[in-house]
Ligand binder design. Sequence first.
Ligand code: ATP
Length: 475
Amino acid sequence: MPLVENIWIADDDRSIRWVLERALQKAGIGVRSFESADQVIVALRTQQPDALMTDIRMPGTDGLHLLERMQREYPEIPVMIMTAHSDLESAVSAYQGGAFEYLPKPFDVNEAVDLVRRACKMRHERDVSKDTEAAVNLLSGGDMIGHAPAMQEVFRAIGRLSKSSITVLITGESGTGKELVAKALHTHSPRANKPFIALNTAAIPRELLESELFGHEKGAFTGAYAQRKGRFEQADGGALFLDEIGDMPAELQTRLLRVLAEGTFYRVGGHTPVKVDVRIIAATHQNLEDLVNKGQFREDLFHRLNVIRIHNPPLRERREDIPLLLNHFLHRAAEELQVESKTLAARATEHLQTLPWPGNVRQLENTCRWLTVMASGREIVMDDLPSDLLETDAGKAEMPGSWEKALALFADNRLNKGASNLLNDLSPIFERILLQAALKKTGGRKIEAAELLGWGRNTLTRKLKELEIEGEVEK
Ligand SMILES: Nc1ncnc2c1ncn2[C@@H]1O[C@H](COP(=O)(O)OP(=O)(O)OP(=O)(O)O)[C@@H](O)[C@H]1O
């Protein structure tokens, strides 16, 4: 990446301008020269340099005043002060005024070029961290967190795309936050006040998918008693998030491609074209290129979707974020359950930081819910960790299907119930989680599990039946 295109030089000494211009141009750096600081001030109204080199003493405004102005109006632009009066006072004034560097004349031209390169590198780094900061600020509100470089790259991408409505493909393993990224892209886009509609291609039965996407006319098929708008129409003006796009059946890939190309489609059973303006954000945990190679995904559709790609790294590749995420989710779980927030002992945090987390952030989030309910004290210690997270291959196996499903349901329902009387007032979903957790903790010993939950033996038997989980737990 070229670090610099545009260096400005302000010096009333023609020979200095000439020498610098030639040396910088030879180094591939663009230069523009001015005879005075006043000329620079005029030019700044329409354009700004990547860095500025200025003499101190010049007719009209002097270099130190120019520096002051630059600091006030363009603090991100590095200014290098050059002077023939290499006295301490000028040097101190230059640095105190915020100069990037002070260059007494005569100077070695190569040194000056190196200095410019350094100034530009710093400028570039400042821009990058500003982008990140802006993106992080955009995302503040606690929704999406992460300090790891890979996550900052994601934040930066969201920040950079915030003025556009371009198609984005989000890749990453399950539970890495693809939907969260999609939402953030939408919330920080020009379409933010229009709908964000999500559709998980894998979760909808094949035969319903077409009508879900494109809607249907009355009588289009048995059971179509009225006209119904599909997700495309619901998302008009806004964004449609197509999750698990790799699972889209071939015939729908073709239809989708046509909508993307033409912006129009027909409802199922319809004969009038419907026109929509929808931003597509697609996501997949699969390797779409592989699917294309195997002939399972249309190449032309792939290219239409793969305009900008954002990759969410798996949690094991950003372990430095784990303590941050643990804290965040412990707080959130405590809020949801209206209990006091728990903290993790250093040893437990360290251990959790080493796990592979195959279910990524979602698995970590669910673990925090579990710990909030199950850990006995205010501080969570190693002994409180669920046994499957303590084993040698800890966390390698996903949680059992039913357990994962229950936790996911719980997450969706965002349990709001108070926990002042937690064990008496639980939603069935949460009850199910608790019960399974208790049984797991006691190795399937029901009486002990009941004691743990403060339930009598009969209550436990009834709950096991009601929640239909008896067969799923090891005895
Ligand atoms: N960086 C993050 N900061 C805070 N929460 C996160 C972060 N990443 C993910 N989450 C949370 O983790 C859970 C899973 O995230 P999300 O549903 O977006 O993942 P996904 O990649 O879309 O998963 P899937 O592929 O299974 O649909 C959500 O509850 C989400 O809020």
